[in-house]
Design a protein around this ligand. Sequence first.
Ligand code: HEM
Length: 144
Amino acid sequence: MISPTFQAMTLAAKHIKLVQQSWRALRDVNAQLIGDLFYSRLFYEHPEARALFPKDMTAQHQKLIDMINVVVARLEHLETLTDEIKALGRRHDEYGTLPHHYGWVGESLLWTLERGLGDDWTPAVQEAWTICYTILADAMLRQS
Ligand code: HEM
């Protein structure tokens, strides 16, 4: 049965294609570099977020990329990830993550993608990633 969480939030095929294509172009570049860019932006704009994370961020970079890989690969069937996303949302409560932090992370993610993609960062790609992130963040927040 399809989870009610995702029923109302099905991504359009055009969004899925744009997110998958643009992520394919980026993810092979260098996970460490993308992670560096993302967390530098997050901590520069919101220094108070730094205290939530461990001192050594090396593993964190890869975890972020791995998670995006999983979600992007399964965009057509997000309902298969419902339990994982629920659990991820609950773990984030334990990490001390607050609802307004999701806006910070979303902004840093889009900023990172824009830098990484250069000319391939079009308004349509931006819209597709924004919808995608919002769905994921909403689902994490609702389940926590
Ligand atoms: C859609 C949004 C997000 C996704 C997909 C995501 C994904 C992840 C993943 C995969 C992990 C690895 C550990 C685990 O699986 O539990 C993690 C850890 C963590 N995330 Fe997120 N995250 C998101 C939003 C946020 C936000 C908004 C914050 C707050 C600023 C945050 C703070 C953290 C912290 C503090 C850790 C634990 C670090 C550690 O102690 O190792 N995350 N996140």
